[in-house]
Design a protein around this ligand. Structure first.
Ligand SMILES: [Zn+2]
Length: 206
């Protein structure tokens, strides 16, 4: 081990041990790297080898790039084009394609965080596209929350969702309607529930 000394006791009877480190990045997958640990035979202290940093950073860079590739591919498959996302988010044209394809241009930490948030809640793109208008944002959020709530049930997955809030002097009713192909009836059903609440007749089987 040359002239190297133990950082803890100053001993020189050191040995190299190899270990496997698991690295993960959200949406980027998992990778393993072999790292070196230096063990002191005199006091038992184990420390990381300086060379590990370079190996870990190199592998993390690959995972981060994979993460961006997966995120953009998923969003593209959902129908969001790079041009639409760049416009909505106010990013310079071709930014996303360059993050994805050019190995010399890695996204910043904030760029990665932004796209991970968008990948998790793609409807935020609509919010951004509406210039973050608070009322529109609320409607988009609630509609998507309702959609998520029915997507929990596999049997009614991908049905269309309508929602609305109705108020009267004594009641506040939040109604969710979901349907396959008869949205007009769903909307009138919501109104009927509301009417019945107003008249004091609340029936569960509306
Ligand atoms: Zn030692």
């Amino acid at each position: 081990m040359g002239n190297r000394m133990c950082s803890y006791c100053g001993g020189t009877n050191l040995v190299e041990e190899h270990d496997v480190l698991k690295l993960t990045e959200p949406f980027g997958g998992i990778a393993t790297v072999e790292v070196i640990k230096i063990k002191c035979n005199e006091c038992g202290f184990i420390e990381e080898d300086d060379r590990n940093d370079r190996v870990i950073q190199k592998e993390l860079a690959i995972l981060k790039r994979n993460s961006m590739i997966h995120i953009l591919r998923d969003l593209n498959e959902k129908g969001y084009t790079n041009a639409y996302m760049e416009r909505a988010l106010g990013l310079p044209a071709r930014t996303l394609a360059r993050w994805k394809n050019e190995s010399s241009m890695s996204p910043s930490a904030s760029g990665s965080a932004l796209m991970r948030i968008i990948r998790t809640f793609p409807w935020l793109l609509h919010v951004a596209d509406c210039q973050f208008d608070q009322e529109k944002a609320r409607t988009i959020f609630l509609t998507n929350a309702m959609t998520e709530s029915i997507n929990i049930n596999e049997q009614i997955k991908n049905w269309s969702v309508t929602s609305g809030a109705f108020t009267s002097e004594n009641y506040y009713l939040f109604a969710i309607g979901y349907s396959r192909d008869i949205p007009v009836e769903t909307i009138s059903g919501c109104q009927q529930v509301f009417d019945n609440i107003n008249t004091g007749c609340i029936c569960a089987n509306q």
